[in-house]
Design a protein around this ligand. Structure first.
Ligand code: FUB
Length: 495
């Protein structure tokens, strides 16, 4: 089988959320946070970068660790984790990395300042440069210095950052002392600092940098007024800026938390109007999927859009391990219409592949784009302990790591979009567990089964198969488990 690109598109043991894709030279580089497989909190790893040739998005290469948390002069208790970074090429041709530090479970992540590191190459060894500062050299901590993104527009360099909690307008805080205490603690600001920020400490902020890439030019300010109504899709975090032809696209994670949205303007620093949702990691908003019937466990998401070889994509992350702390990079093609609209992308298993996956051969089950028992939770900044289907891993005595979909119970749906079939006759599934029953195979959730694969309890990984006369053409494949107890699914094969 020729090399193909799946979602998640990096090696299955790699967890790079908050991805900012950038093209430097003839490669696309993914800069992101670094979660641990089965980690207990966000961003436990050092920044590790992957890149791929722009003309082969199945060929991701590990560039290695580009920057370690221990290189930050403030590294230590409590802030020892580096959150969502971004990289921009300065006018001097060097590459500048911006990030903020945080502690366990996000504690301290809003304290600022924004930190910077620099390197002569896009994925070399970055060296600490300094913090973003006022002209007098003191650290810039205006608003909430969280989730910085860097954007070069001709000769001007901008940083965007911020967070937004609902119902924390200055009016509310002035009257509600308990809420004020909460905010004081969360943002590490005094009540005076909070109330004297006339346009509110919350919200997406822009600042411009001097040529030294550290000193703030002018005053940071909101790019979207605090009171702006985006119909529930207001900004929460994950600022990212891109230019699409002559317009500026601000990409961000909304109050729903599981979706990336966009807002458009003629200017990089003001007048943004709401555009819509680009992608949701629960596919909420696609083909009638609602918050109640989300197609995966959801949690944070963070990413951006980029044009590679004439095709636009959205990069985002999905959740695994019943957790918001082991997130994996995914991407989907999108279209930007002549009038600057983006139709919401559906989440798939074949995002960067340039088309459906081949309908023969063996695929890891964890490339499923839908994993749902019909009642999947949203869990930002947490790990769930009740049972529901999810991507999991296990280290084997041999030293290998096996990855699988765990806790599949009666009614669980595992979905893959899309495969291109030609002359398919059998489907095989590799599973283990106490489960007894069968997987019903469908290509249309409203249609009838095209196959049924029976299984009985097995402690070891066991392959079972059935005839599966799927018509030639491009189809999704849905597996629905009907039976008792739970099973884990490792592989799906077509012959
Ligand atoms: O990765 C840690 C945090 O989770 C990021 O800063 C947020 O954008 C969210 O993705």
């Amino acid at each position: 089988m020729k090399k193909q690109a799946f979602n998640p598109f990096l090696p299955l043991g790699e967890y790079i959320p908050d991805g900012e894709p950038h093209i430097f030279g003839d490669r696309v580089y993914l800069y992101g946070s670094h979660d641990n497989e089965g980690g207990w909190t966000f961003c436990m790893g050092d920044y590790t970068v992957y890149s791929a040739p722009v003309n082969d998005l199945s060929d991701w290469r590990r560039e290695g660790v580009i920057y370690r948390a221990s290189q930050d002069p403030d590294f230590g208790e409590p802030r020892r984790f580096m959150y969502a970074p971004d990289v921009v090429q300065g006018k001097d041709g060097r590459y500048y990395l911006y990030y903020c530090m945080s502690g366990d479970f996000g504690v301290g992540g809003y304290f600022g300042p924004i930190q910077a590191a620099v390197c002569d190459t896009p994925a070399g060894e970055f060296q600490y440069l300094g913090y973003v500062r006022w002209p007098d050299g003191s650290p810039m901590k205006k608003y909430v210095c969280f989730d910085p993104c860097a954007f070069r527009d001709g000769d001007r360099i901008y940083l965007y950052y911020g967070t937004q909690y609902p119902d924390e307008s200055n009016d509310i805080l002035a009257k509600d002392s308990e809420k004020m205490l909460e905010v004081v603690e969360r943002f590490n600001k005094t009540p005076e600092e909070i109330l004297s920020t006339p346009d509110n400490v919350n919200g997406p902020i822009v600042l411009e940098l001097e040529d030294d890439m550290l000193t703030v030019k002018g005053e940071p300010h909101h790019i979207i007024p605090y009171e702006a109504d985006f119909g529930g899709h207001e900004f929460f975090e994950a600022s990212s800026m891109r230019k699409v032809r002559d317009k500026y696209f601000f990409v961000y994670s909304s109050q729903y938390n599981h979706e990336l949205c966009y807002a458009v303007s003629d200017f990089p620093d003001r007048d943004f109007t709401y555009g819509g949702t680009i992608v949701s990691n629960g596919d909420v908003g696609v083909n009638g999927v609602t918050e109640e019937c989300r197609m995966n466990m959801t949690g944070t998401t963070h990413g951006s859009i980029i044009e590679i070889n004439g095709q636009w994509y959205v990069f985002y992350h999905r959740l695994t391990h019943k957790s918001d702390y082991s997130r994996q990079a995914c991407a989907e093609p999108i279209e930007i219409t002549p009038d600057y609209r983006i139709k919401q992308a559906e989440i798939t298993s074949c995002g960067l592949n340039g088309g459906p996956l081949e309908g023969n051969g063996t695929y890891p089950a964890v490339i499923a784009c839908y994993i749902t028992n019909g009642n999947m939770p949203h869990g930002a900044n947490k790990i769930f302990d009740h049972s529901f289907p999810h991507v999991n891993h296990e280290e084997c005595p041999s030293g290998d790591t096996v990855r699988f979909i765990d806790e599949i119970s009666d009614g669980t749906l595992v979905g893959f979009k899309y495969f291109s079939f030609s002359g398919l006759s059998r489907i095989s599934l590799t599973y283990r567990g106490e489960g007894k029953g069968s997987f019903i195979v469908l290509t249309d959730l409203k249609g009838s089964a095209v196959a049924e694969v029976a299984l009985s309890p097995s402690q070891e990984w066991n392959e079972v198969s059935a005839e599966c006369p799927i018509a030639d053409g491009v189809h999704p494949v849905y597996l629905i488990f009907k039976g008792e107890n739970t099973v884990s699914l490792k592989d799906i094969s077509f012959k």
